[in-house]
Design a protein around this ligand. Sequence first.
Ligand code: SAH
Length: 453
Amino acid sequence: MIVRGWGHLPPIRMSGIRRDHAGVVCHAARSLAAASIAMNETEPTVAPDEPNIAPSRDYPVLFLKKGEDDRLRQGHLWVFSNEVDVVRSPLDQFVPGQIAAISDSTGRILGLGYVNPQALVCARLMERGARHAVDRSLIVHRLQVALALRQRLYGEPFYRLVFGEADGLPGLVLDRYDDVIVGQIGTLGMEQLKTAIVEAVVKVIKPRLMVWKNHGSVRRLENLPEYVESAVGVIEASTRVVEAGIEFWVDIANGQKTGWFYDQRDNRERLPRLVAGKRVLDVFSYVGAWGLRSAALGASAVLCIDSSAPALAAINAVAQQQGLADRVQTREADAFDALKELRQQREHFDVVIVDPPAFIKRKKDFAEGRIAYRRIFEAAMQVLSKDGILIACSCSHHLPRAVMLDLIQQGARHLDRSVQVLAQLQQSKDHPVHPAIPETDYLKGFICRVLPA
Ligand code: SAH
């Protein structure tokens, strides 16, 4: 390892070496003044058959202020801009997206991460302990680890392959539809690694089609443009996804998010005993993952409500193909209006599923979003039969589980009904929660029996 000066930001040199003990780097980095420090050279970082996509591994050092290393040490991956010692390492001296060694105030290197000097989260750790360079081979390794989990969990190749921070790839989401991969990048640092990501995906998955669905509010926070483009193959009008033996077709380029909501798949496994022979209402149905599955499980009638006409058209097409059309209806409407109308028509359902988009996207939306959840849960209970099942969900990280349950209870009391919680839901296992990163724990839900008071 060679340590050299580089303006304000002394770089650490890590070319072609993999350390088998992070402490070696930490120890070396403490004496940044040293001209060169002998390292245990072990295996090469880049396999011989791979070109080295990071020819220069002279990483500048981003120093944290005293005491600001706690969060990273506890397992989080983010550095906030006010935690950086900008006297020792001025943020504007980093090239946006650049990989840097992140150091505590004493010079101990905590890991390697990418830097976005303009963002509130100005760095995210890609590698703890700086054992491996941040390059294609690191991404290949992360993908293989992520893939191993999904292959252990699911019998078929339909899942979220990479869930950002929780899979050690902050800012990256990859969903798999058999030989199709849909990616979403949320940070500038990951955007810089785009070529390496595509090469890594090609190596590990060999997709027929890989599409970047790079849109969403998170990109705006990092000043990134929104676009959809193909990285491998030609974008197709519809892509097949199989869940519980049902074949769905989704429009990955124009549909919601990456096209399918794998985060609810494990929760839908709860449907079998609840819906057979029952009348089911699927509110915010999108392409009918809950509703069509209920119909396939023997629900006597299913009504899917969504404001998206293409999503409802996809439901009708699948209902036709699967021979479910006589039991599945769709209604294009605002969910709040449709529920009011159903109530006025004195319609009742045995099971009501409410799986809305995030009403609280940012913390400051909390008060408004909370009211929206309160209203929608109560409206759902108003069309629930006397002894009905409510499946209420929220994908807002900022809505705590306890608050959500309280909103359900408030709605029930307002209608003079009582609630029994039968199950608590969370995101599917292919969206693992990182215990140190609360933001990775976002989806919650309750299966409730709602009785007369
Ligand atoms: N339940 C779905 C995912 C729902 S995503 C699943 O598990 O696959 C949220 C859906 O809500 C989107 O399809 C969107 O079109 C719809 N939506 C958003 N706002 C709406 C509104 N006010 N009324 C009705 N549908 C709405």
